[in-house]
Design a protein around this ligand. Structure first.
Ligand code: APR
Length: 227
């Protein structure tokens, strides 16, 4: 299963490419690339401090709760991959979430690679707890960087019976290519989204609607079918 910003939209966190989306208000080159961070680490920290505050103040919605329920019911069968950097799935009770684009709750030292739980507010002058250099950054995967956990993700795609994409526009790779990889490996593919994604034609089945409407209903079907 792959989730995107549409999963957290109804928790008030907004999306990237919808009307008023984040990338309509910020230049992603300035706030979501290593070059942007090198040029203006203060701006980048301010951007992620605001997103971290929004995320920590947000509540999981019924779609997060449904996916958490599904993974708890089938821990050996459900791989939850998210492009989102919020922790709403974890706070809804999901036991194992793969954050391929990193997480706002994580901090990383750009100098020594040390990782630690991010404070609510990060500052470019704060010293790394391990090497003391002022090189702290949010532990977020920026454009041009390699997403995390790709080995585990590839293995899950190769072994999947069913690949479900939820709340993602299918614009950013490698995530947007997962449907093809899973399909070629023999999985059935399903898109659950508010509107057709850029890759909708690659899915065997699609259902449209808001996440809090269609995800709980779909999870109930899956669990009730199998008891
Ligand atoms: N319920 C379900 N889907 C929704 C809802 C909702 N309430 N609201 C919006 N959507 C859908 C939109 O139709 C769109 O297809 O969620 C998708 C959001 O798309 P994007 O804003 O592009 O977000 P996402 O696909 O997660 O972006 C992928 O791009 O900028 C990078 O790293 C960033 O992880 C992000 C990646």
């Amino acid at each position: 299963m792959l989730t995107g910003a549409g999963l957290s939209a109804e928790s008030g966190l907004g999306t990237f490419r919808d009307k008023d989306g984040l990338w309509t208000r910020y230049d992603l080159n300035e706030v979501a690339t290593p070059e942007g961070f090198a040029k203006n680490p203060k701006l980048v920290h301010e951007f992620y401090n605001a997103r971290r505050a929004n995320s920590l103040d947000a509540q999981p919605n019924a779609a997060h709760a449904a996916l958490a329920r599904l993974q708890r019911a089938r821990p050996d069968r459900v791989t939850l991959i998210t492009q989102n950097v919020d922790d709403l799935l974890e706070r809804a009770g999901a036991p194992d979430v793969i954050h391929m684009h990193g997480a706002l709750t994580g901090a990383l030292c750009a100098s020594c690679g040390h990782r630690w739980p991010a404070p609510r507010v990060m500052d470019p002058d704060s010293p790394c707890p391990a090497c003391a250099r002022p090189a702290t950054r949010p532990d977020i995967v920026w454009f041009g960087e390699m997403p995390y956990h790709m080995g585990r993700i590839e293995a899950a795609l190769q072994g999947a019976d069913l690949f479900v994409a939820i709340g993602t526009s299918g614009n950013v790779y490698p995530a947007a290519g997962f449907v093809q990889e899973a399909g070629l490996a023999g999985a059935q593919t399903l898109e659950l989204n508010l509107e057709p994604s850029a890759t909708v034609s690659l899915f065997d089945d699609v259902r449209f609607g808001s996440a809090t409407a269609i995800i709980p209903a779909w999870v109930a079907e899956v669990l009730d079918d199998r008891g």
